[in-house]
Ligand binder design. Structure first.
Ligand SMILES: NC(=O)c1ccc[n+]([C@@H]2O[C@H](COP(=O)([O-])OP(=O)(O)OC[C@H]3O[C@@H](n4cnc5c(N)ncnc54)[C@H](OP(=O)(O)O)[C@@H]3O)[C@@H](O)[C@H]2O)c1
Length: 328
């Protein structure tokens, strides 16, 4: 067992910009019976880490200390009740905290085997986005083959994953992004239509395209009414973030007349049993897409774990496309 070892974790104390991030060396805690210890190959960075660093997204009480929601690597120890993984297995895992580390503790139920054919490092870019897109677009949004799907933030970690998963599922995809180059990337990933929201009104373009069945929204604010306007009869809007604010005024008449569903969710707060259920569904439905080469994480850049401040500066700058990884 590796518990006599130490590992580095990344703390944001007090909250603030990338400069508040510090690397601390701690004893690795003992494993609980349902946990595995992963020697990290890479740790994924997500926008929620920035929000936590700023002090607006506190970790749940049960989370391991430190930033980080996903990791890939090799299992080096397993808890007493774990039967699904053995030491030496290559895995990627969703965690509630402590994911930026050399050694990461994960619930076995929230881990998945590394997909065949994908680099172990790159697999660190999968869990947070794949779990989020599966839970929100495929479960809550019930996207069906042949339907039209709109994703905002098309080149975000979430957006790049959502475009590829929706295409693999047989949907028609419209994506929004803030530059010409980002729109080109959306098309390369399979989007049928890419809208530069700084130059075109996405509501007008989507109306011209005949409307949409499902919207994955991370913008909120003024986008919400526009999303409602372009949804077809029985359409679904799923909110996962509010980059423009969580408050807005909407016309419920359109929700009623078009029998719309407005919903949303967060991933981290879900109980372990729910994450394990999602992991099983993802292994059955999404892993085959990766193994067939139809879905792969888009990796923007890699930084050494000790250079986490530079990695967060890149995140804050907003010029990245896809995932930023930390390499221990
Ligand atoms: N609810 C959940 O469970 C959950 C889980 C994971 C992530 N999230 C949320 O999902 C979002 C994406 O996460 P990520 O890690 O993939 O982020 P990310 O890679 O950092 O991307 C953020 C995206 O937001 C876009 N954006 C920023 N401000 C915008 C604005 N005012 N209008 C339109 N687009 C804007 C940017 O695109 P442009 O440069 O093109 O503007 C960028 O593509 C984040 O807001 C995150 O908090 C939610």
């Amino acid at each position: 067992m590796a518990q006599s070892r130490t590992h580095r974790i990344i703390l944001a104390q007090p909250p603030g910009g990338p400069e508040v991030l510090t690397v601390e060396t701690r004893q690795i805690p003992d494993l609980q019976a349902d946990e595995i210890l992963i020697q990290s190959a890479a740790c994924g960075i997500n926008r929620p880490d920035q929000i936590e660093r700023l002090g607006f997204y506190p970790a749940p009480a049960w989370a391991q200390p430190g930033l980080g929601l996903e990791v890939s690597g090799v299992v080096v120890a397993v808890g007493a009740e774990v039967t699904t993984f053995r030491t030496g297995d290559e895995v990627c895992a969703l965690v509630s905290g402590g994911g930026y580390s050399d050694y990461v503790i994960a619930k076995a139920g929230a881990a998945l085997p590394k997909p065949a054919g994908l680099d172990l490092e790159d697999s660190a870019g999968l869990p947070e986005t794949v779990f989020t897109v599966w839970a929100n677009v495929f479960e809550s949004g019930a996207l069906a083959p042949g339907e039209t799907f709109l994703v905002h933030g098309g080149t975000s970690g979430i957006g790049t994953t959502a475009i590829q998963m929706a295409k693999a599922h047989g949907a028609r995809v419209i994506a929004t992004a803030g530059t010409k180059d980002k729109c080109s990337l959306c098309r390369e990933l399979g989007a049928d239509v890419a809208i530069n929201y700084r130059e075109q009104d996405f509501e007008t373009v989507c109306q011209d395209e005949g409307g949409v069945d499902v919207v994955l929204d991370m913008v909120g604010g003024l986008y919400v009414q526009k999303n409602i306007n372009i949804l077809k009869q029985g359409g679904r809007m799923v909110s996962i973030a509010f980059l423009q604010g969580s408050r807005c005024e909407i016309d419920l008449m359109r929700v009623m007349l078009k029998r719309l569903t407005l919903t949303g969710s967060t991933l981290r707060a879900r109980p372990d049993s729910e994450k394990a259920r999602l992991a099983e569904a993802i292994r059955a439905r999404v892993w085959p897409w990766i193994e067939a080469g139809r879905l792969k994480p888009v990796i923007d850049s890699r930084f050494a774990l000790g250079d986490v401040r530079s990695a967060h500066q890149r995140l804050d700058g907003g010029e990245h496309s896809g995932k930023i990884l930390l390499i221990p």
